[in-house]
Design a protein around this ligand. Sequence first.
Ligand code: PLP
Length: 410
Amino acid sequence: MIRINEHYQKLTASYLFADIARRVAAYCQAHPQVRILRLGIGDVTRPLPPAVIQAFHEGVEEMARPETFRGYGPEQGYPFLREAIAREDFQARGAQVEADEIFVSDGAKCDVGNFQELFAQDIRVAVPDPVYPVYVDTNVMAGRTGAFAQGRYEGLVYLQGTKANGFIPDLPSQPVDLVYLCSPNNPTGATMTRQDLERWVAWAQEHKALLLFDAAYEAYVRDPALPRSIFEVPGARQVAVEFRSLSKTAGFTGTRLGYTVVPKACLAYSADGTPHALHALWNRRHTTKFNGVSYPVQKAAAAVFSPEGRAQCQALVDGYLANAARIRACFKELGYYCVGGDNSPYVWVECGMDSWEFFDLLLTRAGVVCTPGVGFGACGQGYARFSAFGSPETVEEAMERLRRILPSRP
Ligand code: PLP
């Protein structure tokens, strides 16, 4: 008898985006004259930058000629791309990362989800709350949790984000082996400082723990005092792995390219305490289960790191950041507590009521769609996420409508 992995039975169906879609569809049907303004989605809307498109075309043309055609490439990515990433993303910012420590993939979601495969089943895992759900669900699938009860999985340690800590979780007060961190954060937009990261690195060193640092939104950091990589912190190479993505940096959500940095110095241990290099383990996993990103996509990705590509991507991100600033300014002006939106494309707003009640209010009174914070975890109750990935016109109009319907708060 073929049997299922019963840990999948513990997964709570994610009703969040389905619920949003259902409520929006019902409202649209009843009010077809209302133009809905969507600030809920986490997907980009602007096309790929011209330098990227040109390189993409060149890559496709090379595949059309016998003398330049390429079949399977290196599973870890072509050296031309890994070298450009190491140089531009890390070494240029003083972070010691070598090209052969970079593993290119078809996006950060897969890597963030798959990385936990390298660890024992009975390790103790900590996740932020609110959280990007992939960290949680992949550990549930792997059998590292108990049942879901009262909004949380038994056996997981939740690091609470609250108004009191500005949605930057504190160090765990109980033993933990693996910690997921995300900065700039999805969904809260909160960004960790250098001191925050230094504290985490020191803690991980002391406890022989590992930090999985998700930097999918690093391109949105504009404050030069804020770190864009955990490897800007001394000692991080021993205790951290970093995930990156071109999705929000260069508009690659539909093109697909991410990369994971596993420093050669980064260690995990067998039960008897013997240290093992995670680089070798991930290399084994990656080369066994993944066959590389397509050549034209890697060629397009390399253009992101050229001088023209960098300028064009910066302009793209600047456009979204200007939207985020508009959203943030509107809520600040109305007296709402919010985080994010200045070094991040997300603005996290305290609603002053239940998250779904606020969602319905905005939908029915203003035709504006946000994401209810409670969908990202128990600590998200009473909050809503606004995404800056729409057009400037959409954001401007949405904020005008909100100014009309939301009362100013003291
Ligand atoms: N990590 C975070 C925090 C995200 O918000 C996302 C996408 O929304 C990802 C990773 C996944 O990125 P990718 O498109 O590269 O799979």
